[in-house]
Design a protein around this ligand. Structure first.
Ligand code: PRP
Ligand code: URA
Length: 208
């Protein structure tokens, strides 16, 4: 299984504040964005750099740089948008796509309502963003929609993952690496992650 969990005391600290029901919208948004930034660092640790020559104020040197245009961030609406600020701090020139998807509250099945990705997406590496991986239905469908557009390299970045969702995604799309800040215990009867953080979209947008 290609699953990476961020294990760092600062991430645990930030997650504790994020999960707390007393944490308000402003701080919740800031933490989602900040944790997403750390996830992005981790997810990019094996990327290939290009050799370049630069001139420091002292001398010319050979070094390496990233071709930022090779990367596309795709948040799953709504909650995935909360991660975008953080990841574009890391790769400010990345292109951005959007997949609109919500989970039917009775069947728990995902419903796609919007799909727009940059031209040439099939040649790029995609980082799919969604803070919550619960049953895995939304992630699986979003990955399938990207593959149908010809995307070959996809990574999935989430903040909290349920073991059930990890299993579903890795079974259907074993080549897609998953990066999460924490793997939680289980899903409850309403398919919410336990202990989780509640409804990520509602907490980001203050809708409940
Ligand atoms: C949440 C979350 C994921 C999905 C995860 O979105 O942001 O997209 O549920 O659940 P799954 O793994 O069982 O598919 P939600 O449907 O609440 O929509 P929202 O982002 O608009 O709040
Ligand atoms: N979506 C959320 O926002 N939270 C969960 O726990 C499960 C799905």
């Amino acid at each position: 299984m290609q699953v990476t969990e961020l294990t760092h005391p600062l991430i645990e600290h930030k997650l504790a504040i994020l999960r707390d029901e007393k944490t308000g919208t402003k701080e919740f948004r800031e933490l989602v964005s900040e944790i997403a930034m750390f996830l992005c660092y981790e997810a990019m640790k094996d990327i290939t750099l290009e050799e370049v020559e630069i001139k420091t104020p002292i001398e010319v040197m050979k070094t390496k740089k990233l071709d930022e245009s090779r990367y596309i961030f795709v948040p799953i609406l709504r909650a995935g948008m909360g991660m975008l600020d953080g990841v574009i701090k890391v790769i400010p020139n990345a292109k951005i796509g959007h997949i609109g998807m919500y989970r039917n509250e009775e069947t728990f099945e995902p419903v796609e309502y919007f799909f727009k990705v940059p031209k040439g997406v099939e040649e790029k590496e995609v980082f799919l963003l969604d803070p919550m991986l619960a049953t895995g239905g939304s992630a699986v469908d979003a990955i399938e929609s990207l593959k149908a557009k010809g995307v070959k390299k996809i990574n999935f970045l989430c903040i909290i993952a349920a073991p059930e969702g990890i299993e579903v995604v890795t079974k259907k799309h074993p080549e897609v690496p998953i990066f999460c800040a924490h793997i939680d215990r289980e899903l409850n009867e309403n398919k919410y992650i336990c202990p989780g953080l509640g409804d990520a979209g509602d907490r980001i947008y203050g809708t409940k």
